[in-house]
Design a protein around this ligand. Structure first.
Ligand SMILES: Nc1ncnc2c1ncn2[C@@H]1O[C@H](COP(=O)(O)OP(=O)(O)OP(=O)(O)O)[C@@H](O)[C@H]1O
Ligand SMILES: [Mg+2]
Length: 310
């Protein structure tokens, strides 16, 4: 079993207007709704790859049906801690005339210590039954940035492998607790190392230093520069494919999902990077928040090249 954790889910409302009238009355031509949250994205891609996962994390009493309906429709199991309040809504207004997008993001509800306590209990419960525990994304107000580090410590003595995909101090504190795998993008890794990278050797060296600190597997995504994977024994580079990129949203989540699937299957580092890169490539050719499909994934899997590095 794979368990994904989403502490800060959201819904996205896309509003398409012929022309956005600032300060005026806007009549909506077309509306789009979507459910977001990095752990949830990871679960969606894991499902596409034919593997079962369960989503846990935080959902909200007042409109808990939104997340539940979405996951029911996808056939993904879930067990969230319910917090008072409502799922935050991120509104994106598309202006067809100018081609601009105006975003209005809600802050979301404040999470109490009691909810965090129950959340940790639940995560430990699932971690006991899981091969892999995936901690992804931001956290809501009231949650300490050491949360992922705390969770990694909580499950330290279980056989579960923890994958961490977060930014800033969430990542820093998490790394301190030595998860099994991390998947920073270049900027997140630069933040951790406190410097800018000059070239791919620099990135591989930095990843090696993290492996030496006790993280078994480091995959660094580099956007249109591809990705590298480093473990104790080897290092590989997967150049990005030249694609008709529609939207990079969810590319990192797709990488994490496919890497988890590869780990479950017991694949080696080269094939893990190959699967991760194929899933990300299959996602960037989808528009908006849409994630990869199986036929695109298989198509990309045949095309991703893996280059060993010294
Ligand atoms: N422009 C692109 N062309 C080809 N492949 C791409 C492009 N952008 C991203 N990818 C693929 O997606 C992978 C992940 O991208 P990226 O480094 O942007 O992840 P991320 O910043 O973690 O994304 P996320 O927003 O999902 O967290 C890359 O390693 C690459 O395989
Ligand atoms: Mg990312």
């Amino acid at each position: 079993l794979i368990t994904t954790v989403t502490l800060n889910p959201c819904m996205d409302t896309g509003i398409i207007l012929d022309e956005f009238l600032y300060g005026g009355l806007n009549r909506v031509d077309k509306n789009m709704y979507d459910v977001g949250g990095k752990g949830i994205n990871v679960s969606v891609v894991i499902k596409m790859l034919g593997i079962q996962s369960v989503c846990t994390g935080i959902n909200y009493f007042d409109n808990k049906e939104i997340l539940e309906k979405f996951l029911n429709k996808k056939g993904i199991g879930y067990d969230f801690v319910l917090a008072p309040g409502r799922l935050r809504n991120n509104i994106k207004i598309f202006d067809k005339k100018t081609g601009t997008i105006t975003e209005i993001n809600e802050k979301g509800s404040f999470i109490s210590d009691e909810i965090i306590y129950r959340l940790k209990e639940k995560i430990i419960y699932y971690a006991r039954q899981s091969d892999i525990l995936i901690l992804s994304g931001s956290v809501p107000q009231g949650v300490d940035t050491s949360i992922y580090g705390q969770i990694i410590n909580d499950v330290r003595n279980l056989p579960v492998k923890v994958i961490l995909d977060a930014d800033g101090s969430l990542l820093k504190a998490g790394i301190h607790s030595k998860p099994y795998m991390i998947k920073p993008n270049i900027y997140e890794l630069e933040g951790i190392m406190g410097r800018k990278f000059k070239n791919i050797y620099d990135i591989i060296d930095s990843s090696r230093s993290l492996v030496e600190q006790g993280i078994s597997l480091v995959i660094v995504s580099m956007g249109d520069g591809g990705a590298v994977a480093v473990d104790k024994k080897s290092a590989y580079f997967a150049p990005a494919l030249s694609l008709d990129v529609k939207s990079a949203v969810g590319a990192g989540d797709s990488m994490v999902a496919a890497a988890a699937a590869a780990i479950i299957k017991g694949l080696d580092l080269a094939d893990t990077l190959k699967m991760a890169s194929a899933a990300a490539s299959a996602t960037v050719i989808q528009s908006g928040t849409k994630l990869c499909g199986l036929s695109d994934f298989e198509y990309m899997l045949d095309r991703i090249k893996i280059i060993p590095y010294k």
